[in-house]
Design a protein around this ligand. Structure first.
Ligand code: GLU
Length: 450
């Protein structure tokens, strides 16, 4: 027996921006095809002329490529009408389908023509790789429509013709298509095609276990891309939504996942699309970036966020903030939010100080003034080469330990940042430099003494 070359399909309908569900379907097909040494067909299922657009098709192609997926053949169903007409005509000639004139569903006063399959009305059983044997009684389906006209085929017909003529061996798709399968098998049998293998995987759900929809958050891949999610992270997350590799590893590149992939390991119950988990995946990839990669990832977002706020961007200063930015975020859009909330303002502009907030909760203004004066003197004496977070800490630590760390370090930190929460004062001082540090300490002393 010769083994048929494995071939799968990505068959999106371009009626919306690339949905994360489409991306997940594609990832699963991709891993299976690559694992089996097979090939992939991209098929734009644009037979719904009213809802399909070029823009959506381009978006789907773009987002799947952005995720790192690729295919070997590309088809557009709207360009294949002659093929469908030929096969449909064959069915009509063999009396397996017939033209039926009937009142329009939309407007019963108008007569329309449809092409219906002569349904033998038998029981159909197919073996699903994920779910086992599934049996349907097709009697109830009646003579269902397969085309609006000889040159205007409907979805079930085009899918069946394409899968057969393109040599698709495995149909791997969401379980919302299970109920379509018996119809498609009836059409296949009427056309004398062989049956592909089927694998219907559970759909993934929103956090509240309902169907993932626009109302419940972002469903378009492009919105994750625009927020700065990394393609490797999203791909990794989508692949593992409903699949656990035997090794139990989570962070894996595509080749590692392909090596472990087996359709039989897909979970039988629905997975939940968890934004927090996706953010965690992204963070793992952010942590693994080298410094240059992180700078390229973070700085453009940082720059545009600061400029949007009217802060002037200082490249040298921004470069010093990289490690701080990296600690702070899961995904690039977090930078935007942090900047919008003013978290980084004090690095670029002098903070406005509230004298009541300068002393730490347990101290009086007089104590804060004394500690700030000590800090000023100590920091004036440090040599230029010791002006690092470590060097600054060394100059203050003994005093702070003796006098109370909160009492000494809180006023200093607040003087430098003007915020209740910020990085430690040593780091801030090392970044803004000696001149700004001393000037801010002086400002705090002035408002305290006033
Ligand atoms: N074009 C169909 C859809 O986007 C998929 C058809 C199939 O997988 O058979 O839902």
């Amino acid at each position: 027996m010769s083994l048929k070359a494995i071939k799968v399909r990505f068959p999106p309908s371009p009626t919306g921006y690339c949905h994360v569900g489409t991306a997940r379907m594609a990832v699963l097909n991709y891993m299976f095809a690559k694992k089996m040494g097979g090939t992939i067909v991209f098929r734009s299922e644009d037979t719904d002329r009213e809802r399909s657009t070029k823009e959506f098709e381009e978006d789907i192609v773009h987002e799947l490529k952005w995720l790192g997926l690729e295919w070997d053949e590309f088809y557009r169903q709207s360009e294949r009408t002659p093929t469908y007409t030929r096969e449909l005509q064959r069915l009509i000639d063999e009396d397996k389908a017939y033209l039926s004139k009937e009142p329009s569903k939309k407007d019963p006063s108008i007569e329309v023509e449809v092409v219906r399959l002569r349904n033998p009305g038998k029981s159909i059983t197919f073996t699903d790789i994920i779910r086992g044997d599934i049996t349907f009684d097709t009697t109830e389906l009646g003579d269902f429509a397969i085309a609006r006209a000889v040159d205007d085929p409907l979805y079930h017909l085009t899918v069946v013709i394409d899968d057969a003529l393109m040599g698709i061996t495995h149909v791997i798709r969401g379980e919302d298509h299970i109920s379509n399968t018996p119809r498609q098998i009836l059409i296949q049998e009427a056309l004398g095609y062989s049956r592909p293998e089927y694998a219907h995987f559970p759909l993934h759900l929103a956090a509240d276990k309902s169907k993932l929809s626009k109302r419940k958050g972002d469903v378009a891949v492009r919105s994750y891309r625009e927020k700065g999610f990394l393609p490797e992270a999203l791909l990794n997350y989508l692949a593992m939504l409903g699949w656990t590799p035997p090794s139990g590893r989570e962070i894996m590149n595509i080749d590692e996942m392909i090596a472990e992939f087996d359709l039989h390991d897909l979970h039988k119950s629905a997975a939940v699309f968890d934004l927090e988990k996706l953010r965690w995946f992204n963070r793992q990839y952010v942590e693994r970036m080298n410094e240059d990669e992180f700078a390229q990832y973070a700085l453009p977002v940082f720059k545009s966020a600061l400029e949007e706020k009217g802060n002037s961007y200082d490249e040298r200063l921004a470069g010093k903030l990289l490690s701080l930015l990296r600690e702070r975020i899961d995904v690039a859009s977090d930078i935007k939010e942090a900047v919008a909330e003013g978290e980084f303002d004090f690095f670029f502009i002098k903070p406005t100080l509230d004298p009541a907030r300068i002393p730490d909760k347990k101290s009086e203004a007089g104590a804060a003034l004394k500690h700030l004066s000590f800090a000023r003197d100590a920091l004036t004496e440090i040599s230029d080469s010791a002006w690092t977070a470590e060097g600054i800490k060394d100059a203050l630590w003994e005093y702070a330990t003796a006098e109370g760390r909160g009492a000494v370090l809180w006023p200093l930190r607040y003087a430098l940042s003007g915020r209740d929460k910020s990085p430690d004062p040593f780091l801030i001082a090392s970044i803004i430099g000696r001149e700004s540090t001393l000037a801010r300490i002086d400002d705090a002393r002035t408002v305290l003494a006033a």
